[in-house]
Design a binder for this molecule. Structure first.
Ligand code: F6R
Length: 606
């Protein structure tokens, strides 16, 4: 939540070849908008004053040519998802000290800001905003009176902060960019023209493909000559590994598509291919951890939790292994049952989700091991886990998770096959699933889905039902629909229908019915398939419009979307229909599918 960007050029902007920091930072903010888009701002330290430009709303349409004064070798910027203080220009970052000589952008929450603010106000400091962030520049200004060494003064203030932060700091007339983190992500980029700070790698991927992933309580100071990283508590220098970023800038760009959401959905066959190519060494290591564990917990949030739930069905049906999925926010209630021989599998696209990170800490406190299935290399989760497999989605920019979900479920599938020593068969099956996914994403099929979406866009409520592996599929389908279209949507287990939810069905209510062939091989609608079709009959009898997403057509379906029969893995393909449906519903309602209201991609606060 909130994205921060910083840049310091290796050459002054006035020199030949020097780069305008404002250009880098504005570009970086546009790429980080998925982290928050309530308001944004940029600060450039000049000789005599800090140039500040802030605005409410998305940065997307802003052109630097409209603010030609924004020029400089050093710049910092912020795109906000409001936590403390309403969405106003005053509350947007960067925040300045009272004397306007220090500018700070911040991602995180300063938990002791009220105490700090009261202390500073007693000293006569006047605050402008309602944010927690403003205490940082204000406190640095006061600290500088005692400690004139700027770096030391910043360190002293950072040591006083409670809560979480990733910050970028500049000072009037200064030539240095300072970045620091505790509990919120911050990556330091190393490029040929300068040094970069970003909440995520896409912020500077266009300019640099080498990076240092800062750890908690680390602070970097960079200028045109070089950089130094120190520990914030001790002040001692820290040596850090430089990582080459595997992603390319094309992966993080729209590439001619109108939205990231459609681009990312269309990338899913490729993601499945890449997942099938996961190294056997990685799968074996993870499988060994699973085999050793007494109890296995799966902890995640939102879409990643649905992927974990799907994984738990795969392991139950294919491996006779019991995974216990728990929403990361609820995990503290069960943490007392986690033992030292347990394994906690954390699933996350960003690797920064606050509740997941807290679960990692609590698992480690109990002596349990943590295995991460995480998409962002170098993320906090990856670094905090005992072992991690990087899922193969590549950068996911759309706020809604689509390809990351597929990559997570497909990774559970690969692990399941590895545990049965049948990895070659798993790869073959995933290839077949990929071929099927491709068929859904061709022009004619998309046009058919779009037509159905047009009708659904008028609905007040949409429901989805599934059993077994398709229970999480139903939950995920409805999460996508509600977050992108703002239509109320709920997924249910077919068996739960008659225990209450069927009361919601009125004439014309659309119900998506997910059917997977998890019964005896070859039997038409065997196992759960038979039962979910009966549930479809029950809602149809009450007037529902039944949309079947199934490996076999049935007379109960008013509309039918076909998927191949991949047994318990059918949901991996079936979910694509509901993702595409959600996308077209949003377009029909003239909504921006990449940036739904109130949401941000990385939920780094609890
Ligand atoms: C929904 C969505 C969210 C995330 C959730 C967890 O489309 O994107 O529900 O899945 O916030 O995020 P990660 O996977 O980054 O931990």
């Amino acid at each position: 939540m909130c994205g921060i960007v910083g840049f310091v050029g290796k050459k002054s902007f006035d020199e030949k070849g020097g780069v305008n920091g404002a250009e880098v930072v504005v570009d970086g903010l546009k790429r980080l908008e998925y982290r928050g888009y309530d308001s944004w701002g940029v600060a450039i330290p000049g000789e005599k004053k800090i140039l500040l430009h802030k605005a409410v709303g998305k940065i997307g349409g802003f052109e630097l040519s409209s603010a030609p004064e924004l020029k400089g070798t050093i710049a910092i910027g912020h795109t906000r998802w409001a936590t403390h203080g309403g969405v106003t220009e005053i509350n947007s970052h960067p925040h300045l000290s009272a004397d306007k000589t220090i500018a700070v952008v911040h991602n995180g929450i300063i938990e002791n800001y009220q105490e700090m603010r009261a202390k500073l106000e007693k000293k006569g400091v006047k605050f402008r905003s309602q944010t927690d962030t403003e205490v940082i520049p204000q406190a640095i200004q006061i600290e500088l009176k005692k400690t004139p060494d700027f770096k030391k003064a910043v360190r002293n203030v950072l040591n006083e902060l409670e809560g979480s932060y990733a910050v970028a700091i500049v000072v009037e007339g200064g030539k240095k960019l300072i970045g620091a983190r505790k509990g919120s992500p911050l990556v330091f980029g190393i490029g040929k023209d300068g040094y970069y700070l970003g909440s995520d790698v896409p912020a500077f991927l266009k300019y640099a493909n080498k990076a240092i992933f800062l750890d908690d309580l680390e602070m970097v100071e960079a200028d045109e000559k070089g950089y130094e990283i120190i520990n914030i508590t001790t002040g001692k220098k820290v040596e850090k590994k430089i990582t080459k970023i595997a992603w390319s800038i094309e992966d993080a760009e729209k590439g001619g598509y109108p939205h990231f959401m459609i681009k990312e959905m269309l990338e899913q066959p490729m993601v499945l291919d890449k997942t099938a190519a996961t190294s056997n060494v990685e799968l074996k290591k993870a499988a060994a951890m699973i085999k050793r564990a007494k109890q296995i917990w799966v902890v995640a949030c939102g879409t990643a939790l649905h992927a974990g739930m799907y994984g738990s069905y795969i392991f139950a049906l294919n491996n006779d292994i019991n995974l216990r999925p728990v929403s990361a926010g609820e995990f503290p209630y069960f943490a007392k049952f986690v033992g030292k021989n347990d394994l906690v599998i954390c699933v996350s696209q960003s690797g920064e989700t606050a509740d997941v990170m807290e679960a990692v800490k609590s698992a480690h406190d109990s002596g349990a091991k943590v295995l991460a299935l995480v998409n962002v290399m170098g993320s906090s989760l990856m670094r905090a886990s005992d072992y991690s497999i990087v899922t193969k989605a590549g950068p996911e920019i759309c706020v809604l998770s689509t390809k990351a979900y597929l990559s997570q479920v497909a990774m559970f599938m690969m692990l399941s096959y590895e545990l049965n020593n049948k990895i070659a068969a798993g790869k073959k099956q995933l290839k077949a699933i990929k071929a099927d996914a491709e068929k859904i994403l061709v022009k004619d099929s998309l046009a058919k889905i779009k037509k159905v979406a047009k009708g659904l866009a008028r609905a007040d409520n949409i429901y989805a039902i599934g059993r077994g592996v398709n229970y999480p599929t139903s939950l995920e389908a409805c999460l996508k629909i509600k977050e992108v279209s703002y239509i109320h949507a709920e997924g249910f287990a077919g068996g739960d229908l008659k225990h209450g939810p069927i009361a919601l069905i009125a004439p014309g209510t659309p119900v998506l019915v997910f059917v997977a062939n998890d019964g005896p091989k070859g039997a038409p609608f065997g196992g759960a398939a038979k039962e979910i079709v009966s549930n479809a009959m029950e809602v149809k009898a009450r007037g529902a419009e039944v949309i079947g997403i199934s490996y076999e057509n049935n007379q109960v379906f008013d509309r039918y979307f076909a998927v191949g029969d991949h047994g318990i893995f059918t949901g991996i393909v079936a979910i694509i229909y509901s993702q595409v449906l959600s996308y077209y519903i949003a377009l029909e309602k003239k909504l921006d599918p990449d940036k739904p209201r109130n949401l941000a991609k990385s939920v780094t606060v609890k």
